[in-house]
Design a protein around this ligand. Structure first.
Ligand code: ZN
Length: 258
């Protein structure tokens, strides 16, 4: 049964001791993954991993809104043309850690950085991998202006969705897909949203090494555990496990063009 972990970070240092085993543990069970970059160096590391494995390993490149390095547009443009780079991001807006007195400057900085990713996605014809935390209204207004010019079949993926039903509706109208991760295995707050979003628009992720699903909580997360997310999704949606696996994999394939 093939599964695709649509958003993970196996290139991060938490996997330095055993990265190869972690990847093989997933790929041997037919679990594929998209490693998502958060800085330029980290994005390069994600691309290097694609090249090191014959199958099952893909990359998304970008700069997380919390990261403050200078965005090297030309580097991202060149690297984004790689056939195994399947999305642009992690990009988006994150106001969670912003101190109130810095808010206006920080908001401007993040919006400008987000817009550069949107430019890239337009030029490369690849979907956006969007991170949004406590910033739904700004992400929506940026997307409203830009959505018409995005040319990928699925214009964007909203990773680790924590918004409301109304937010979900807006992004459904934009043609976005949504990913859910370990949180849904132990937090029941998302059940209503999980039943609301049509099955053709949901993908599963681990966001490893973070947000470990039940029954592995307290341990480092890894792509092989995405099966626990699939089980939780099946349970919440009262759907057969096999159908959830098949559908989420099909969704990931169409979003990422793989
Ligand atoms: Zn992430």
């Amino acid at each position: 049964m093939k599964l695709i972990d649509a958003h993970t970070h196996v290139q991060l240092r938490q996997f330095n001791p055993d990265r190869d085993e972690v990847i093989k543990r997933a790929v041997e069970q037919d679990i594929w993954m998209v490693n998502v970059g958060t800085t330029r160096k980290d994005s390069q590391a994600a691309v290097d991993l694609c090249e090191a494995y014959a199958e099952g390993v893909f990359a998304s490149i970008g700069q997380h809104p919390d990261e403050r390095e200078i965005f090297d547009y030309d580097w991202y443009m060149r690297t984004g043309a790689h056939e195994k780079v399947v999305a642009i991001g992690e990009c988006g807006l994150d106001y969670y850690r912003v101190e109130p007195h810095l808010f206006n400057d920080e908001r401007d900085r993040q919006i400008e950085l987000f817009q550069q990713h949107i430019e890239l996605a337009k030029e490369l014809g690849k979907p956006l991998m969007v991170h949004c935390r406590e910033a739904f209204s700004d992400v929506k207004s940026v997307m409203r202006k830009e959505i018409g010019d995005l040319s990928a079949d699925v214009p964007g993926i909203l990773h680790f969705f924590t918004g409301t039903k109304e937010d979900a509706k807006t992004f459904l109208d934009f043609g976005f897909m949504f990913t859910f991760g370990g949180l849904i295995t132990f937090n029941r707050e998302f059940d209503e949203i999980l039943r609301y979003i049509p099955k053709e628009r949901i993908m599963i992720e681990t966001d490893a090494p973070f947000v470990t699903p039940d029954p592995y909580r307290g341990k480092r997360n890894e792509p092989a555990y995405v099966i626990e997310v699939a089980k939780a999704l099946a349970e919440v949606r009262r759907a057969p496990f096999e159908d959830v696996c098949k559908q989420t994999t099909q969704n990931a394939k169409s979003a990422f063009g793989i």
